[in-house]
Write a new protein. Structure first.
Length: 145
């Protein structure tokens, strides 16, 4: 049976050597097709936790990247205590889009490739979803390992 446990990564935020070390745990990545009042919304949905090494308290994020988009957008952010800092529906793009740092985006791009969810993805590359979605067993982080 494929491993479906969350995937853990360590990244450094900031361009200089004084950046913060972050622990990133991707808990799910799935293709999502949803009909909204604005029409069909198709893309990838990710849930992850990010904790600064200095505090260890994770913040939970829900992200999306819609077909044709070039960045991962933050749909929702919840503090360690569950406080909702920022909450929008999957793929909502009416307000200003908040994005993740490049190091986290690279992790997500690579994970989407490994899981066979995409045909094309990358930094400032429009998302093209795979023609045939893999089975649900392969949409969990680590399933292809």
């Amino acid at each position: 049976m494929p491993n479906s446990h969350p995937k853990n990564y360590t990244v450094t935020s900031g361009e200089d050597c004084e950046g913060n070390v972050l622990s990133v745990t991707v808990t799910s990545m799935v293709r999502r097709d949803e009909l909204t009042v604005f029409g069909p919304t198709v893309g990838l949905r990710v849930s992850l936790e990010i904790a600064a090494a200095s505090t260890g308290e994770p913040v939970t994020y829900f992200l999306s990247r819609l077909e044709g988009e070039r960045v991962w957008a933050v749909d929702a952010k919840f503090g360690p205590d569950g406080y909702p800092y920022y909450v929008h529906a999957f793929g909502e793009r009416i307000s200003a889009v908040r994005t993740v740092i490049k190091a986290v985006a690279h992790i997500l791009d690579d994970l989407a490739r490994v899981q066979g969810l995409v045909e094309n993805i990358g930094e400032q590359v429009p998302l093209v979803l795979a023609a045939h979605s893999p089975s649900s067993a392969n949409t969990n982080p680590g399933a292809s390992e």
